[in-house]
Design a protein around this ligand. Sequence first.
Ligand code: ATP
Length: 512
Amino acid sequence: TFADFKKLTAHAKDYGFVFQSSEIYDGLSAAYDYGPLGVLLKNNLKEYWWRSMVQLHDNIVGLDASIFMHPKTWKASGHVDAFNDPLVDNKLSKKRYRADVLIEDHVAKIEGKLNKEIAKAQKRFGDAFDEAEFRATNGNVKRYLGQMEEINKRLATAMTDGNMEELRQMLIDLEIKDPESGAADWTDVRQFNLMFSTQLGNIAGEEGKLYLRPETAQGIFVNFLNVQKSTRQKLPFGIAQIGKAFRNEIVARQFIFRMREFEQMEMQFFIKPGTQMEWYNKWKETRMKWHRALGHPEEKLRFHDHDNLAHYADAAVDIQFDFPFGFKELEGIHSRTDFDLGAHMELSGKKMTYHDPQTKESYVPYVLETSIGADRLFLAAMSHALRTETVPGQDDENNVRDVMKLHPALAPIKAAIMPLKRNNPEIVKVAKDIFNDLRFRFDVQYDDTGAIGKLYRRQDAVGTPFCITVDFDTIEEGENKGTVTVRDRDTLEQTRIKIEDLAAFIGPKVDM
Ligand code: ATP
């Protein structure tokens, strides 16, 4: 069975994946620290993204832009005027919420009822069950679908129009209650800008006001011509970047899903105007394939079209992942037109056009963006990987194990090396020699802190694909001399391998 959310967060802490920030001071909400294993897993995820985007594409190059940017950047991008969340307070509990999120949660509840209805019917009809037909004909399901569609439409219109009064009316009409107090007593809905601001040096007032970037994308846009000219790229080409972004989120919950300081992996693909739908579809498909290649099954991923398009987009879709709290956005794919380059060109007075050497035309390129949160990807990978299972063929009370079935290329530790007897100097020496040899190629761990069975369980719990054990056969005369056992995390099979063949055995299985 998959771990539930509570178990997942406890596991993340206990094994050194994720800690709450400033925990000794009771924590800072929506800020988290990655522990020793967490930083390895996160680095692997970033590396995997970077390689597939930059290393494996002739026409995508990298960038690492600064977090601070000229304040005019955020005027041009629209973030000063339009990067707002609709906030509402509950009069009784004094708790603050995002009105749109309360409404989305309400829709999710209806979807939950709908799914229950489907699961029930599935059980009743077994193999004969036809979900499409059931959806089209069952009265309850049709009613739920209708309700969801109506609410989503109304929400989309209100958000696009920035109609705060309508959002409040929706809370009332849908009888949405405060999850905290159970009361439906709402204040007016107000807009709240999500950017963090700070002051530049000793310059006071608006003049010196700086923002922490709320997305990495703008560092790419303002460098478009620097990169294009220095790399002599021709359209279409992309610029990829991994970096921190900051948003003063109000709904700070769900662990690392929504943080105030987080990391984005973004790629802006510059294209000829008019070709955006072609590239939009191509990147949708490419990114979905990438998620599947990480080992996430089809049913955990889905596309979700945006009902309300952001001011900069002419098409947008989310890749949603089935997190322990339901399907939520993991990655966004946006057709941003020439909005950003055009806006920067206008405000800076600098040319942002590309000269097409073939057609001899000059134009402002259109942009296709893929944007994914490294932290959300981390949460997705970990939540899918962590399971509790009974060990086949073992029927004592120790037959239950927690195991993280991460793709071996993502696993923080690739192999653990253990001596069967930690008080046997010869066994220990061989084990340490193996460790000191393999550490040059892989992240490996030497562990002699318990009985082998216990050590195996610990490595299972952190997703280590291979456990290497040095035993008496390794050192004693006989056909197994110079070999060790390698235990596979998933099949639990143990194979005897020659020590000198270990790197060649592990390498292809854990390489990206
Ligand atoms: P949401 O609707 O969940 O707030 P968004 O639509 O504002 O997300 P984008 O602006 O499209 O998100 O950002 C691109 C990606 O950055 C998201 O798909 C997500 O993976 C990540 N991301 C955005 N905000 C956060 C956050 N507060 N914490 C962690 N990751 C985030």
